[in-house]
Design a protein around this ligand. Structure first.
Ligand code: IPM
Ligand code: MG
Length: 387
């Protein structure tokens, strides 16, 4: 009686395998990282997103334009507004990213993106793929780098989350085989694990981190997580000066709240889903997800965003103007560093530390008792002016 259901499921599975094998071939054929210094013009696409996205993204863009004003004038940097990555437009096209928006994204080298709303199954909205996930896949942004710092507690972590594989690779392509039986899939490739591990170890070496902790659930998810560990170990062998240790994701979430142990961690290297979860936990220690930005790095494109969502509740309650732009501003720090402007990145990081940790002349609370997003942007620029 189930023969037909099994046959249909096998055909779906075959298509998924073929798609992933094609992806492996594309990774094998991929070239080197873009050299931004050699480009005549760096095009920075700006996508506001949904909810508080356009508010905090506008502020981040304003600060970024201020920092890059000389390069905008000389024509080395060009800002490209990209409309159309809104929930309404994505629903109208039934896609995580409408085709014309994807073409605009691909015409840029760098994207600064506000949070986008991800419809969940059963929410009443069409079940389209998350725009973040779609963009990470379409632009092959394989590394999601999420720094978390709490200087007074000795916390200085950089999370290297694999960004195109694991539970996310075909997260939208799971299926019900029968009314009772459903499958989702987790995907790991040798190439995918190798490239994220290389980036993490390179970063550790260049930035003086003595320790990389690989985090999986390889005691249960034996094949994909097992391969991830094997590939990371192979890369680790090329960096003998760096200590490598291995953790299961459950005990790692516990150790991150252990005040005595957590200051010893440096780089965390994880498959996609564990990286998603652990980076929210880590960001909370820094003052909340609203304070954390991230870099999504690929060889030919890079996208910078907040680690949090679009906060529709803030908009519904009329509090959008009080949204915290710090996540996006921290993402701008990473953007500047990625295009080779390390001095300017350091200066913005310093200004943000002054504004949020030291001087705190304005404080964002997300409510009218705190500063507005725009006032905070002005505060950051005034602080930059003094540095
Ligand atoms: C993140 C977010 C996304 C993710 C969501 C919005 C799909 O939580 O960037 O961490 O799961 O990757
Ligand atoms: Mg997340």
């Amino acid at each position: 009686m189930n023969t037909e259901s099994i046959h249909i499921a096998l055909e779906k599975f075959r298509a998924l395998i073929e798609g992933q094998l094609d992806r492996v071939e594309r990774m094998k054929a991929d070239g080197d990282f873009t050299d931004y210094a050699a480009l005549p013009e760096i095009r920075i696409g700006i996508c506001g997103g949904d909810g508080i996205g356009p508010i905090i993204c506008t502020e981040a863009e304003r600060v970024l334009r201020y920092i890059l004003s000389d390069l905008c004038e000389s024509g080395k940097v060009r800002f490209v507004p990209i409309e159309g990555l809104t929930l309404e437009n994505r629903i109208a096209h039934g896609k995580g990213i409408p085709d014309d928006v994807l073409a605009e994204l691909k015409s840029c080298h760098i994207i600064l993106k506000g949070p986008t709303t991800t419809p969940q199954k059963g929410s009443g909205m069409p079940n389209i793929e998350s725009a973040n996930v779609a963009m990470r896949k379409a632009l092959d942004l394989f590394a999601n780098i999420r720094p978390v710092r709490v200087p007074e507690e000795g916390i200085d972590w950089v999370i290297f989350r694999e960004n195109t594989e694991g539970a996310y690779a075909i997260g939208n392509s799971g299926f019900n085989v029968t009314d009772d039986l459903a499958f989702d899939f987790t995907v790991t490739t040798r190439q995918g694990s190798d490239r994220i591990a290389r980036l993490a170890y390179d970063y550790a070496r260049k930035n003086g981190y003595g320790r990389v902790s690989i985090v999986t659930k390889a005691n249960v998810i034996k094949t994909t997580d097992g391969n991830f560990i094997e590939d990371c170990r192979r890369v680790a062998a090329e960096y003998p000066e760096i200590l490598t240790d291995e953790w299961y994701a459950d005990i790692m979430t516990a150790k991150l709240v252990d005040k005595k142990r957590r200051r010893d961690f440096g780089i965390l290297l994880l498959p996609n889903l564990y990286g998603d979860i652990i980076s929210d936990e880590a960001a909370e220690m820094q003052g909340g997800v609203g304070t954390a930005g991230c870099a999504n790095i690929g060889k030919h494109y890079a996208m910078f965003e907040a680690i949090h969502g679009s906060a529709p509740r803030m908009i519904n309650e009329g509090r959008g103007a009080y949204a915290d732009p710090c996540s996006m501003l921290r993402a701008v720090v990473m953007l500047l560093s990625h295009i080779g402007l390390q001095d300017r990145a350091d200066k913005l990081a310093r200004a943000l530390d002054i504004c949020t940790l030291e001087e705190k002349k304005l404080v964002i609370t997300g409510r009218p008792d705190g500063a507005t997003c725009e006032a905070f942007g002005n505060y950051v620029m005034e602080t930059l002016e003094k540095l």
